[in-house]
Ligand binder design. Structure first.
Ligand code: SF4
Length: 606
């Protein structure tokens, strides 16, 4: 029996995906024939080339010259209304593009193959002028690939599904079945013709983000229809929407056979055992499925993992040359959950039963194993937050074993990150750390319940900078009740380049699984309601500002910041951490910080 684990678009395509590798590792460790296939990286390679760019432009022109909208009686009035609206928006956007961006399109067609070679080839990648031009060409090629499907939009760091459609199941279901609003449907149909998926008895699809829900369900439905394999959904996003997913009968009749809620290390192995006849389905932990009468059954949650005794991730099946980087940065996870888990706005830690970590020696063993097996030396430690004491001991152990690696991680601004600890981490290979600063306002920080000593924040960032670590700092703008003055005080910190090397600003969103949902009165949220049953955030109304105002204020800030820092390398990013790390390890922090681009970056339109 062969088992497949797949990653689906859209996910940042510079490095492999941990979930599939981790679960393949668990299955192979127990003697199962398991492998992974990265649909995401296939997708980006298949659409980022000259032929695809040309075809997208031709398809868009053909749409413009021939299309007349026609209602389809087989769809509801609501869907027909949304189809019509989509059609009108598409006419306008494609019309404008053909009229104003013809030259840009020609240049993109001419240079996209060159741009991909810059991203993947060391000699070209490490020329910042070429790299930044290549990144703009790739973004432009993705805009062209989106043209026949606008207002849906594929980007290197996101997929925005058609905003005319909601995340209600009816709208997602329509998109999964109709190519007029879904670029992934024809793509997956073609891909299923190229690779033989009939050899698998069980296909697991991991969905960890909103950007993967339409593509992931599109693929699940096609595989269920066209193969005999059992289809299982999993991933953090599935955990977050599980209560709603269980209420949708079509999920089990058309899209999958099972889904796993929470961590998959135990459940995936038990599901494979069930498939081999070695276990009853009722004994597969954390599994949700429909019985023969259509009743949805939720099995018991899996027991806690023994973190030191799970198998190492297995990246064997992946073609590393396909990733959009000169070499991959391998993801490693040291534990489960966040040791704080109390920030009122956050839902990152949901899906994990309990905070738990591997021992330091086991964590270093794993990194050493991956270095020896795959030969790469850059790592991204993907935990939500790793305690300072762990990192100090981890750094000491890396140095003791003379293991030469470079790494990055999320960390909290804890005062235990002393100058000595940060220097120890730098000496062991820490090159950039992602710190959650959120807001300068003590009042807003109290409402967020971030649980850190505010008087230490700037000291920690300064010590980190002094040690040689690049500070990537996240900020949450537009928290309900935030005043203009409070926002400005946060923006002043963002502009302080002595402590912030890269900023990652994001908008406040009211998450379904966040603590704040049950405390909305405290932040003047007067009402909130579903944004679609498959969405993880609510729409909300607040006495202080509307969701649109929050977005507009952030966009205003971001546009100005990008213009003010247009000649700098990575003043603002989240997803390009891998590129940043390669530059830091090749050239050092001072070079990256002081380099000024001659190439004029494309500033996104807001
Ligand atoms: S925001 Fe970070 S520190 Fe706070 S609960 Fe979430 S993961 Fe933990």
């Amino acid at each position: 029996m062969k088992i497949l684990f797949t990653a689906v678009p859209q996910w940042y395509p510079a490095s492999p995906y941990l979930a599939a590798a981790l679960l393949v590792g668990q299955l192979k460790g127990r003697g199962f024939d398991a492998e992974s296939y990265d649909f995401n990286i296939e997708f980006f390679n298949d659409i980022l080339n000259k032929d695809y760019a040309k075809k997208s432009l031709e398809d868009a022109k053909e749409f413009l010259s021939s299309a007349e909208f026609a209602c389809d009686a087989s769809f509801s009035d609501d869907i027909n209304e949304k189809r019509k609206k989509t059609f009108e928006i598409r006419k306008r956007i494609v019309g404008d593009y053909i009229k104003f961006d013809g030259e840009k399109a020609e240049r993109t067609i001419e240079k996209i193959d060159w741009a991909m070679s810059v991203i993947k080839t060391k000699e070209l990648f490490f020329d910042p002028e070429k790299l930044y031009e290549a990144k703009d060409i790739i973004n432009s090629a993705l805009d062209m690939a989106s043209l026949p499907y606008v207002p849906s939009r594929i980007m290197i760091d996101n997929f925005i599904a058609n905003p005319v459609m909601t995340y209600d199941f009816a709208d997602v279901d329509y998109q999964c079945k109709n190519a007029d609003m879904n670029m992934f449907l024809p793509y997956f149909e073609q891909k299923l013709g190229e690779k033989d998926f009939s050899v698998y008895s069980l296909i697991n699809i991991s969905i960890t983000d909103l950007s993967q829900i339409v593509p992931g369900l599109t693929l699940a439905r096609l595989l269920k229809e066209k193969t005999d394999a059992k289809i299982c959904l999993g991933g953090n996003y599935i955990y977050k929407i599980a209560p709603d997913l269980k209420k949708i009968p079509e999920i089990f009749s058309e899209y999958c056979d099972f889904f796993i809620v929470g961590d998959g290390e135990i459940a995936s192995v038990e599901l494979a055992e069930y498939m081999c006849g070695k276990r009853n389905i009722g004994d597969v932990h954390s599994l949700v499925y429909a019985d023969e009468n259509g009743n949805v059954i939720t099995n018991k949650t899996a027991p806690l993992l023994d973190m030191d005794n799970i198998y190492y991730p297995d990246f064997d099946c992946l073609d590393f040359g396909k990733y959009l980087a000169p070499e991959p940065v391998l993801p490693v996870q040291f534990g489960k959950g966040c040791y704080w888990s109390k920030c009122t706005f956050c839902d990152f830690y949901t899906g994990q039963q309990k905070f738990d970590m591997k021992s330091v020696s086991r964590a270093v063993d794993e990194v050493e194993f991956l270095v020896n097996k795959y030969g790469f030396k850059h790592f991204n430690f993907v935990d939500e937050a790793v305690p300072p004491a762990f990192y100090n001991a981890f750094a000491t152990e890396l140095i003791k074993r003379n293991l030469k690696i470079y790494y990055s991680s999320f960390v909290r601004l804890e005062k235990a990150f002393t100058a000595d600890v940060l220097q120890n981490m730098y000496n062991s290979g820490a090159r950039y750390m992602m710190w959650g600063y959120e807001s300068e306002s003590p009042r807003i920080m109290e409402l967020m319940n971030k649980g850190i000593d505010l008087s230490e924040r700037k000291r920690i960032l300064a010590d980190s900078a002094k040690a040689g670590i690049w500070n990537v700092v996240t900020f949450l703008l537009g928290f309900p009740t935030e005043t203009d003055e409070e926002l400005q005080s946060t923006i002043d910190v963002i502009y302080d380049s002595t402590i912030v090397d890269t900023c990652v600003p994001s908008n406040f969103a009211l998450k379904k699984n966040a603590i704040l949902k049950s405390k909305t009165d405290s932040v003047d949220i007067t009402e909130f309601h579903e944004n679609g049953e498959l969405h993880i955030s609510y729409k909300y109304s607040s006495l202080s500002s509307t969701m649109e105002e929050v977005k507009a204020r952030r966009n205003r800030f971001e546009k100005k910041f990008l213009e003010d820092t247009a000649d700098r390398l990575w003043p603002h990013t989240f997803t390009e951490g891998d590129y940043l790390m390669f530059y830091l390890t090749r050239y050092g922090k001072d070079y990256v910080k002081n380099y000024r681009l001659k190439y004029k970056k494309d500033i996104p339109k807001y």
